[in-house]
Design a protein around this ligand. Structure first.
Ligand code: ATP
Ligand code: MG
Length: 413
């Protein structure tokens, strides 16, 4: 055990970063609320099957990223690697199909065994939204519009680009997979090891391989857009038309396939060039077979997840904490009076801390470091007269004020 360090890929989050992340979550909850989304908090661990079945054995997540363990009772459990499967499990467990469509928002930690780097951790955090029970492309438009509004409210409208693709319906995808595998088989020996494996299990994933050799081979691969049937084409056209009307700019990115087996039709990612290889800040798409696969009633779904760390790094929108008022009692009687005054000021919404130790100089130094705006000094003399010394720390001006008038005398400008 390396002493006093968090486990590899995990971090302590505090200060500016914590404030930025909280602001991302607050903005998400507010924006999703305006689209009618309600909160759902699922457990952080589920039976392993909940993730294994829908994501597919061949997915990166199941094959190499999950934190899976057996608990003391012998249950096979997995720490949440993503939200969608757990949300769908909750949808089924709670009979939510009685009330469609279902708009569910969630946020919290997720866990993947990955190689840690900037913007990529083993414990990270996501905001997540799912719209269940609407199989029409208009639902996809709603979801992307909501993501776009969130990103703009975070000030990221100029920093991210929407990559949009369609995976078509099952029929189109099957036809395309065949054409793709026939083509890729010609280069089988030149493909990366990962991609050779994917050729059997998950050939579409080869399209977004990061391997340079794979990328070259993929350049001339048959295109999914040439294999879309009419239903799939119409679906995609409607999505694009809706995005134009809502005013969401996008580029059609034929490479975009997304990692999970359950996606169909719309796939999208908002990408930035400012975070290096960790450029995807938010991604999602449509998944029409997932709930059935988990044993629920056939219900379509469309959703997305955003990485809170990556969004927070880009957005830097967290608000600085309120500047505190520091109350400095000198002596025992004053200390008790100070509790009373502090509570009175907090009733008015002020941030108040107490500094009860050391000489005046030390206390003033600490107040400066804490970016305090005012100091309230109560000594024995003041106590007797029912007054305190109020000091404005920005310019050093001070005045003696009756206890009852302190709140009114504290003006922040
Ligand atoms: P990537 O291609 O970066 O591995 P992904 O396709 O695996 O991303 P998703 O499963 O779509 O990611 O998760 C949604 C979002 O969660 C990502 O766009 C990203 O912002 C964030 N995310 C995913 N994995 C991590 C991680 N290990 N650390 C931090 N953020 C992550
Ligand atoms: Mg990943």
């Amino acid at each position: 055990m390396s002493k006093l360090q968090p486990a590899r890929g995990t971090r302590d989050i505090y200060g500016v970063e914590a404030r930025n992340m909280t602001c991302v979550v607050d903005t998400f909850r507010r924006v999703a609320g305006t689209y009618g989304f309600e909160e759902l908090a699922t457990p952080i661990f589920e039976f392993t099957e909940v993730y294994k079945r829908p994501l597919g054995e061949a997915s990166d997540i199941v094959s190499k990223e999950m934190y899976t363990f057996e608990d003391r009772g012998g249950e096979e459990l997995t720490l949440r690697p993503e939200f969608t499967a757990g949300v769908c499990r909750a949808f089924i467990s709670n009979g939510m199909q009685q009330n469609l469509p279902c708009r569910l928002m969630s946020y919290g930690p997720a866990f993947r065994y990955e190689r840690p780097q900037k913007g990529r951790y083993r414990q990270f955090h996501q905001i997540n939204a799912e719209l269940l029970g609407q199989d029409t492309p208009e639902a996809d438009i709603d979801m992307i519009a909501m993501a776009w509004r969130l990103l703009r409210e975070l000030g990221l409208g100029e920093k991210v680009v929407l990559h949009l693709n369609t995976l078509g319906d099952k029929e189109s995808r099957t036809a395309y997979k065949e054409a793709l595998v026939t083509y890729l088989n010609k280069f089988k020996g030149d493909l990366s090891e990962d991609s050779q494996r994917r050729l059997e299990s998950n050939p579409l994933r080869i399209l977004d391989s990061k391997d340079e050799g794979d990328k070259k081979i993929v350049t001339d691969a048959p295109k999914l857009s040439d294999h879309l049937n009419e239903t799939s084409l119409n679906f995609f056209e409607t999505v694009k038309k809706g995005l134009d009307i809502v005013g969401v700019p996008y580029i059609h990115d034929e490479r975009l396939v997304r990692g999970m087996d359950y996606y169909c039709h719309t796939a999208f990612e908002f990408v930035t060039t400012e975070l290096g290889a960790q450029g995807t800040v938010l991604g999602g798409g449509r998944y029409d077979g997932l709930i059935e696969q988990l044993g629920g009633p056939a219900t379509s779904g469309v959703g997305w997840a955003g990485g809170i760390e990556r969004l927070a790094m880009l957005a830097d929108v967290g608000e600085a904490p309120e500047r505190p008022v520091v109350i400095m009692p000198m002596g025992e009687a004053a200390t008790f009076k100070a509790f009373e005054i502090a509570e009175m000021l907090r009733n008015k919404g002020l941030t108040v801390t107490a500094d009860r130790s050391g000489n005046m100089k030390k206390r003033m130094n600490r107040a400066d470091k804490a970016n305090a705006a005012f100091a309230i000094i109560i000594g024995d003399n003041e106590l007797e007269q029912g007054t305190a010394m109020l000091k404005r720390l920005d310019d050093g001006t001070q005045s003696e004020i009756a206890f009852a008038d302190i709140a009114a005398a504290i003006q922040f400008n």
